[in-house]
Design a protein around this ligand. Structure first.
Ligand code: FE2
Ligand code: FE2
Length: 363
């Protein structure tokens, strides 16, 4: 098989209905809105306005722009670094869009109610358009990076999940909430004119998809058996630990591939970069967005998938979660509260990357 291609088996329970009534007003209005807001990636974007030599996103939105090791690079190397980083990210977004297209096709079969099937069906065409628009965009740049192994393993698991609730949590609530943060950032910070034209429209579509997930699941989760709900809570925790990269392992391992394409002398640059990361606690993070605190965790709280037993594990990753007010504060990994929590886990021999182990924490 082509190494860039992967397959997975999906055993799907499909529900056919002999009842065509739409029952849930909120989902029906989402479906209706989606039909009215369709756009065409081929004709509604002025592709000839593409500018190959400008920045893709405003550099100030990137943590790297605040590092002395980066600021010390000559201007052409800095430009190349930010471009490679942005193209790596957009490539992962493209792969995520394909995963959304496929998962959503499955949801048409497996969600039991007609309103849910309609909302998933219209999302399928939205996702096809997103795949098209990002694939065309990367073609303009003449560069695309392969899917990152962490993202691939989450996508594989998502497609193979049997229950629609697990697919919906993984795709609509976790991956799409992360994408939503990126699109929001893109809408504010896109510099390259073609990206600036379409990113806001993708953002608008994606906001409807996340709303679909949250509206469907906030009704459904409380009805699940305890065991099923626990499994979903753990699956969400595990996905966040892997993508967020705050549980002892760097996320997006393959990002280094992007760095290797920049032409920067890595033997000189990498040690300086690592030295900056070692002093990261001295950095000012204000104005940088964290998708987990902004969208993912608040949505998980809303649908009831952040149990008390996992709150210490989220704290060890730098997120203070308040279940009562459903609020999340990002204090980052170097805060003393985070470090104290990590020490407690360590003393009890618990790996906080693993939700089953986190549950075993003793007072
Ligand atoms: Fe999408
Ligand atoms: Fe989506």
């Amino acid at each position: 098989m082509d190494p860039a291609q992967f397959s997975t088996d999906a055993l799907l329970s499909s529900t056919f209905r002999d009842d065509y009534g739409l029952e849930r007003e909120k989902l029906e209005s989402l479906y209706s809105k989606s039909k009215r807001h369709q756009w065409n990636a081929e004709l509604d974007v002025e592709w000839d306005r593409f500018e190959p030599d400008v920045d893709i996103l405003d550099r100030r939105s990137d943590l790297l722009s605040r590092l002395p090791s980066v600021q010390a690079l000559p201007e052409n190397e800095q430009a190349s670094l930010f471009k490679a980083g942005n193209l790596f990210l957009i490539s992962q977004v493209l792969h995520g869009e394909q995963a959304a297209l496929m998962t959503c096709g499955q949801l048409v079969n497996s969600v039991p109610d007609m309103d849910g099937k309609f909302a998933a069906a219209v999302q399928v065409i939205d996702e096809a358009r997103h795949v098209e628009v990002f694939a065309r965009y990367l073609q303009c740049h003449g560069r695309r990076f392969p899917i990152d192994p962490d993202l691939q393993s989450i996508v594989t698991q998502l497609l193979a999940e049997h229950d629609w609730e697990a697919k919906c949590v993984g795709m609509q609530v976790i991956l799409e909430s992360i994408a939503l943060s990126f699109f929001r950032l893109g809408e504010e910070k896109a510099v390259e004119p073609v990206l600036a034209q379409f990113i806001g429209r993708v953002h608008e579509d994606e906001a409807r998809h996340v709303a679909y997930g949250v509206l469907t699941l906030e009704d459904r989760i409380p009805q699940l058996a305890e065991e099923t709900r626990e499994r979903l809570e753990n699956w969400a925790y595990d996905a966040i630990a892997r993508i967020g990269g705050r549980a002892g392992k760097q996320s997006f391992q393959s990002q280094m591939q992007a760095l290797a394409t920049t032409g920067i002398d890595l033997e000189r640059f990498l040690p300086a970069l690592m030295a900056d990361f070692a002093r990261i606690h001295e950095m000012d993070f204000s104005g940088l967005n964290d998708p987990m605190a902004q969208t993912v965790l608040p949505n998980l709280l809303r649908i009831g998938l952040v149990p008390e037993r996992l709150v210490p594990g989220y704290l060890a990753q730098g997120w203070v979660v308040d279940r009562d007010t459903r609020s999340v504060r990002d204090i980052h990994t170097f805060a003393s509260e985070t470090q104290d929590m990590r020490r407690v886990f360590q003393d009890q021999g618990i790996d906080f990357a693993d939700p089953a182990q986190v549950s075993r924490l003793e007072d």
